[in-house]
Design a protein. Structure first.
Length: 403
């Protein structure tokens, strides 16, 4: 049975299950995960292009309109624990295929939405729930096929996020120009349905045994304390308009983020597999630089400087995608990866839910996105510093136990 082969064995008490392939069909799995990230993250990160059109169409303020994108970006993460249960029960392949169908239906239904509230339900809640299944499955299943080149394989799969941003931003702008925002969502629903084909690549593999037996409470806390941040683009197009550029220029800035984001995933994936590199420290430093790049955005005065500062952010934020799942596996072991990553997704989803409306509120109050970028950048730097304490504390605690 497929669901017994490609899902994790949570009932074993003496051994845990994991696949160790490091090649072969595993690269087809990476390709499937890559394409899923192209589609799902492409839709998510290009919402900034759709955002300004929704503001104009519904004549709503930015804080209210931001809830559509907020729910859409948060739902896949908030449903992380539930997606983990489904993936373990039915297998990664079935979960991904079902999720692709649900997401396509949700976006298709959004074509007929006549209010922001209904759009938040169809585009945000339904489509977001559908995306949660392939989002988790595509991240975890790659880890099940690789060990020695785990970070690189994950980084290559996550490159789809950058490619999706590069392609979808100008593509969505073109569809909106030609067919309106409703027509663009109709096309988008057809594109999202291709997740079904990608999920078919997640075929079951032989399972090998591993000696890891138990996970301590301290390890659980270390895993869920891992700070993660998503590439946010809702404010990019609006920021471009704020400095006197066009919506098309803003879409190009989003695309430039996609280019450096793709490079960043490969770089951090490669570094994460280097034996002399401490993944936790690499991750922490990357978060500092991510926050710094974001906080510098208000200094931009034209599209070139805006693109440069956003590129700094886009490059280093790739560490969150390339390394977070790998670090969770390092801490909890492969047998608890799905559960641990699902919880991490949930915590990240809370931030994604309240972040965009809060950013929109700051804009409505101050009339500028400067405070939004300062607050977001400062928060990421703080979390990066905070996480740096975790491995240091763990080493100190373990040393005291040994002594």
């Amino acid at each position: 049975m497929e669901k017994e082969d490609d899902s994790e064995d949570s009932s074993s008490t003496k051994t845990t299950a994991k696949t160790v392939v490091d090649g072969g069909w595993g690269w087809m799995v990476v390709f499937g995960a890559f394409m899923i990230n192209v589609i799902t993250d492409g839709c998510s990160y290009s919402f900034g292009v759709l955002f300004t059109h929704l503001v104009d169409y519904f004549q709503a303020n930015r804080s209210s309109t931001a809830w559509v994108g907020s729910v859409f970006n948060a739902a896949p993460l908030l449903f992380g624990p539930f997606a983990s249960i489904i993936a373990k029960r039915f297998g990664f392949r079935i979960a991904t295929i079902a999720g692709g169908l649900i997401a396509a239906i949700g976006i298709f239904a959004s074509v007929f939405a006549n209010s922001l509230g209904l759009l938040s339900f169809t585009y945000g809640f339904i489509a977001g729930f559908g995306i949660s299944l392939p989002y988790l499955a595509s991240s975890v299943v790659v880890m099940m096929y690789f060990e020695k080149r785990r970070s690189l394989a994950t980084g290559l799969a996550e490159c789809g996020a950058g490619i999706g941003t590069l392609i979808f931003a100008p593509l969505l702008q073109y569809f909106i120009t030609e067919y309106g925002w409703r027509g663009s969502l109709l096309v988008l629903s057809a594109i999202v349905s291709n997740i079904v084909l990608c999920g078919a690549l997640f075929r079951p593999q032989p399972i090998l045994k591993n000696s890891r037996i138990e996970i301590s409470i301290q390890q659980d806390l270390e895993a869920v304390s891992l700070p993660t941040c998503e590439e946010r683009t809702e404010e990019c197009v609006d920021r471009a308009l704020e400095i006197g550029e066009s919506k098309s220029e803003g879409a190009l800035v989003v695309s430039s983020i996609g280019i450096v984001h793709t490079i960043g995933n490969v770089v951090f994936g490669f570094l994460g597999d280097c034996k002399r590199v401490n993944r936790s420290i690499l991750y922490s430093v990357s978060m500092w630089l991510t926050g710094l790049g974001l906080a510098l955005v208000p200094l931009s005065r034209n599209s070139v400087s805006f693109a440069i500062f956003d590129a700094i952010y886009g490059f280093f934020v790739a560490a969150s995608e390339a390394l977070s799942c790998v670090i969770v596996a390092d801490i909890l072991g492969i047998s608890k990866l799905s559960d641990g990553y699902g919880i991490l997704m949930f915590l990240q989803g809370i931030a994604n839910l309240v972040g965009p409306p809060f950013a929109g509120w700051l804009y409505d109050v101050s009339g500028s996105y400067n405070n939004t970028f300062f607050a977001a950048g400062g928060s990421i730097v703080f979390l990066g510093v905070l996480y740096a304490v975790v491995p240091i504390h763990s080493r100190f605690t373990n040393r005291k136990i040994v002594e």
